[in-house]
Ligand binder design. Structure first.
Ligand code: MG
Length: 420
């Protein structure tokens, strides 16, 4: 039998707030939040330091609510580029312990130390050394989950290391039944509130209930429950509950901007109705998917967005979501794009629309991997999306097939590919 790997997930506590406190020592004993626009009380709290949290302040609430709970709160404007730099600095620290380091989000990174044990000591000693050095060099406190796979390291961190005194926790294969399986199903990685309710209604109250079902039965029961084939999802949850994850810690995939195939269209006039916009989305989905099919790639992440006509008063958004399966079929991508658009469009007039597919994979070899199907840099992209919405539309500039000005001009006379 092959020997188990030793994989860790390090997660920064209150990342943005910790970075700010580290760079302004006079704030060290004060409650601090990083928030959208400190001048406007409607700004959103992006991160709260542990001290601020003791006042009941939580991320995603408004600054007004936070200040009501703690009038002496220090409010700091976000410095995204600085956080990205500190995240890269943490990657460099981790690389001293192993060359296999994979950033998972702006404040979470996987590290495979299987080959480093003889050099640096036991897994726990390595994790403690990582914790010390990151704290010393950046002022950020990391919690570390230690296990034999990425998915179990992630759960070791979220479910135990974040909640105990040392900020370290080892979850072994042998402990799954006695520790992981005892927890309620809502605690399982990737299970949200809605899915948790579904599982409970199926009698799957603990993680162990799900883990101990034969996979074929889980597939069958989810198919009955949701009236459609959910085999991919069933297998995903079953693997997570059983700690089955062979995916490597992939240092080669370190890239901030995933490759994407995208297209945008500038419209001849403002569009006001979803019906009109859907025509444009269909045209864009067809262009993007045709290009993907030609390249023989599927995309897992669909991004969609729009802008209004005014440069002085910019409106619009750019958002992305992961499809349940990577695809290059026009109808699937179109459906995801419409769903995303409906969710985020505030009804303002639209003058430009873009659509792209990213997290591309070879269409012939789609396989189930727990981490590839999620956008690796979701937190980072979320953060950068916000900046782009504010400062301009560079997401499209990333796209491989970005239309040049001439094509946009040409397209401007057309709707859904037809001249008006
Ligand atoms: Mg964190």
């Amino acid at each position: 039998m092959k020997k188990d790997r030793i994989i860790m997930l390090s997660d920064c506590q209150s990342f943005y707030a910790s970075v700010e406190k580290a760079s302004s020592p006079h704030y060290s004993n004060k409650p601090l939040v990083v928030a959208g626009d400190p001048a406007r009380r409607s700004g959103i709290v992006l991160a709260a330091c542990p001290l601020a949290k003791t006042y009941g302040i939580t991320t995603a609430e408004t600054l007004r609510e936070a200040l009501a709970k703690c009038p002496e709160l220090i409010v700091v404007r976000p410095r995204m580029q600085h956080y990205i730099d500190v995240s890269a600095q943490i990657t460099d620290i981790l690389r001293k312990f192993s060359d296999l380091v994979e950033p998972y989000s702006i404040d979470e990174q996987f590290i495979d130390v299987t080959g480093s044990l003889s050099l640096f000591g036991s897994p726990r000693q390595i994790a403690a050394a990582i914790q010390d050095q990151i704290r010393r060099d950046t002022g950020v406190y990391v919690r570390v989950g230690i296990s034999y796979s990425k998915v179990t390291a992630k759960m070791a961190c979220d479910l135990w290391a974040k909640k105990n005194e040392e900020g370290l926790f080892t979850l072994t294969r042998e402990q799954l039944p006695t520790l992981l399986w005892q927890l309620p199903i809502s605690q399982l990685f990737m299970v949200g509130r809605r899915m948790s309710a579904h599982f409970q209604s199926m009698g799957l109250v603990t993680i162990g209930h799900l883990a101990q079902l034969p996979l074929a039965e889980l597939k069958w029961r989810m198919r009955e429950k949701f009236h459609k084939n959910c085999d991919v999802d069933a297998e995903l949850y079953w693997r997570i509950a059983n700690g089955v994850d062979d995916s490597p810690v992939n240092s080669a995939t370190y890239e901030v901007a995933p490759k994407s195939v995208g297209h945008q269209m500038t419209l001849p006039r403002d569009y006001y109705t979803l019906k009109d916009i859907k025509t444009v989305l269909l045209e864009l989905a067809e262009l993007v998917c045709r290009r993907c099919r030609k390249l023989k790639v599927n995309g897992a992440v669909v991004s969609v967005g729009c802008q209004g006509a005014s440069f002085d008063a910019p409106t619009g958004f750019s958002r992305q979501s992961t499809m349940s399966d990577p695809a290059n079929a026009t109808n699937l991508v179109y459906e995801s794009a419409v769903a995303l658009f409906v969710l985020h469009w505030d009804g303002q007039p639209v003058r430009r629309v873009h659509l792209s597919l990213s997290s591309l994979s070879d269409e012939s070899q789609y396989q189930l991997t727990l981490f590839e199907s999620r956008p690796r840099y979701r937190a980072l992209e979320q953060a950068t999306d916000d900046l782009k919405n504010k400062y301009g539309d560079t997401i499209i500039g990333r796209a491989v097939s970005f239309t040049d000005a001439g094509q946009i001009k040409d397209r401007a006379g057309k709707i859904g590919g037809h001249y008006k």
